[in-house]
Design a protein around this ligand. Structure first.
Ligand SMILES: Cc1cc2nc3c(=O)[nH]c(=O)nc-3n(C[C@H](O)[C@H](O)[C@H](O)COP(=O)(O)OP(=O)(O)OC[C@H]3O[C@@H](n4cnc5c(N)ncnc54)[C@H](O)[C@@H]3O)c2cc1C
Ligand SMILES: *[C@@H]1O[C@H](CO)[C@@H](O)[C@H](O)[C@H]1NC(C)=O
Ligand SMILES: *[C@@H]1O[C@H](CO)[C@@H](O)[C@H](O)[C@H]1NC(C)=O
Length: 433
């Protein structure tokens, strides 16, 4: 970074920015951490009370780990399970591919691991809210639903009627974002993806009595196990591409299962998550080999989740308001990159809004944020869809070294610092001419 340019900004002695984050999901909390560390004053509003936390695992590939460390995460608080191989099996019990091509640590300097969502949420919340650490703690306001946003006043209205204004508003309010309509000036539809997943978790201890399940958490190396049914020529009423993805998290004590498949329901006429019975699950996989059925027979509290992607948006930013995370670019879980893209957004915005940034610079910094983040996040969303639906592209994110390097070798801080350096140079030139 050009020091003379940085000095110009710093001598202006701008006060900390006031920031409103809408949504205290994983990405909203990450944004709060990145901005409090720059000394800005952050208030987070979330509609939920967080009494019911969602129990499920999350794949954390190397680029995502890099961002977690960047934000100061203590990885051991995440009880990570390292992903050391991908074992794929055919639905009829025959052996499939085993990929030990997992040189992540050597190639990218970071591992790939699995974590439990609740552990991640707790760690990010700690870093956003605790007294320790740079800047002042963010304030978290629960049970506060945001119902509208005023771009001119840079304010939000809560369901109580209260209005809150700030220098910057971040819409990290998920795939069904409220803030998005204000940023775009219109409400867009999130189209059906014809993809859904059964999702549940089982205590690893419950697998103990079943030696036929030893391959899940006892066979080394540990890693993700995938059981796929063949893709058949399309038949009316038949379900295409069924894959059961299984991995351990929380130090190996919990087994996470996500069974992704073609969704032949009319997705717009059913809820985005629906509770189903174990019988529904067993019926759905009735042609699978008996050795997989013992796992299905241990399932309870099963939900079927629709998975959709946000189509490319005309913009992510408008005046002093921006979108982040799933609100801007939700993807299918195919590449395990949904959360990672949101984390990269948060790290990038923290870099682009350093201490002493004057509020008047926010609109141009947000445009730079959009230019930096939008192509990459939309590429991931499009790939997540194609690598699910186009048979020849399945698994490309693991098979292609170019794709792996592009997705997992990326360093968002480096890229954002380069962009900030260019911006500061431009601002310095315009302030002296
Ligand atoms: C089945 C499944 C599996 C996945 N697996 C992976 C994986 O392995 N790896 C990975 O990286 N990603 C995965 N993802 C994606 C990942 O979960 C998301 O990308 C990530 O959690 C998005 O976080 P977010 O904070 O942007 O949104 P959300 O988690 O949706 O958070 C939005 C928050 O905003 C709040 N909110 C919404 N509207 C309002 C409002 N009007 N006012 C106030 N608050 C509001 C909500 O209460 C919520 O807390 C998966 C997703 C699914 C569905
Ligand atoms: C990280 O957390 C673990 C507990 O999970 C703790 O023992 C350790 O001291 C922490 N490390 C740091 C650097 O805070
Ligand atoms: C599941 O769907 C219901 C109804 O749409 C919703 O109220 C609930 O919050 C959803 N659960 C989760 C964990 O998102």
């Amino acid at each position: 970074m050009s020091t003379s340019a940085a000095q110009v900004v710093e001598t202006q002695e701008s006060p900390p920015l006031s920031v409103i984050v809408v949504g205290a999901g994983l990405v909203g909390l990450a944004a709060a951490i990145a901005l409090r560390r720059q000394g800005h004053h952050v208030d987070i509003y979330d509609a939920s009370s967080f009494k019911v936390e969602l129990g499920a695992g999350l794949a954390i590939p190397p680029n995502t780990v890099r961002c977690l460390l960047d934000l100061g995460c203590n990885i051991s608080n995440l009880n990570p399970v390292e992903n050391l191989c991908f074992t794929s099996m055919a639905y009829d019990g025959s052996t499939g591919m085993k990929s030990d091509d997992t040189d992540y640590q050597a190639r990218y300097g970071m591992p790939w691991f699995m974590a439990h969502r609740v552990d991640l949420h707790n760690e990010l919340r700690r870093l956003a809210l605790e007294n320790e650490g740079d800047g002042q703690p963010a304030r978290l306001h629960l049970n506060c639903r945001v119902i509208s946003c005023d771009l001119e006043a840079c304010s939000i209205t809560l369901d109580t009627g209260a209005v809150r204004a700030a220098d910057l508003i971040i819409g990290a309010d998920g795939i069904r974002s409220t803030i998005r309509s204000y940023v775009l000036g219109e409400t867009i539809a999130i189209p059906p993806s014809h993809t859904a997943g059964f999702r549940w978790v089982t205590d690893a201890a419950a697998l103990e009595p079943y030696p036929e399940l030893d391959w899940i958490v006892k066979t080394v190396p540990m890693g993700a196990r995938l059981i796929s049914a063949p893709v058949l020529p399309k038949q009316p009423g038949a379900v295409d591409h069924r894959t059961i993805i299984i991995y351990a998290c929380r130090g190996g004590t919990i087994v996470n299962v996500l069974a992704v498949h073609e969704d032949i329901r009319d997705q717009d006429s059913v809820a985005w998550n629906v509770s189903v019975t174990q019988k529904d699950l067993l019926d759905f996989f009735s042609d699978y080999h008996p050795k997989f059925k013992s796992l299905l027979q241990l399932a309870d509290n099963i939900h079927i989740w629709q998975m959709r992607i946000v189509p490319p948006l005309k913009t992510w930013v408008n005046k002093h308001v921006c979108l982040m995370g799933d609100a801007a670019h939700a993807s299918l879980p195919t590449l395990g990159q949904g959360f990672g893209m949101g984390l990269e957004d948060a790290v990038a915005l923290g870099v682009l809004l350093p201490k002493m940034t004057p509020a008047s610079k926010i609109p141009s910094r947000l445009l730079a944020y959009e230019r930096l983040r939008k192509p990459r996040a939309e590429f991931i969303a499009a790939e997540s869809f194609e690598q699910q639906h186009i048979p020849a592209k399945r698994g490309l994110y693991l098979r292609s070294i170019e794709m792996r390097d592009q997705v997992m070798g990326y360093n968002v801080r480096q890229d954002a610092e380069r962009v900030l350096g260019e911006l500061l140079k431009g601002e310095w030139v315009s302030s002296t001419t």
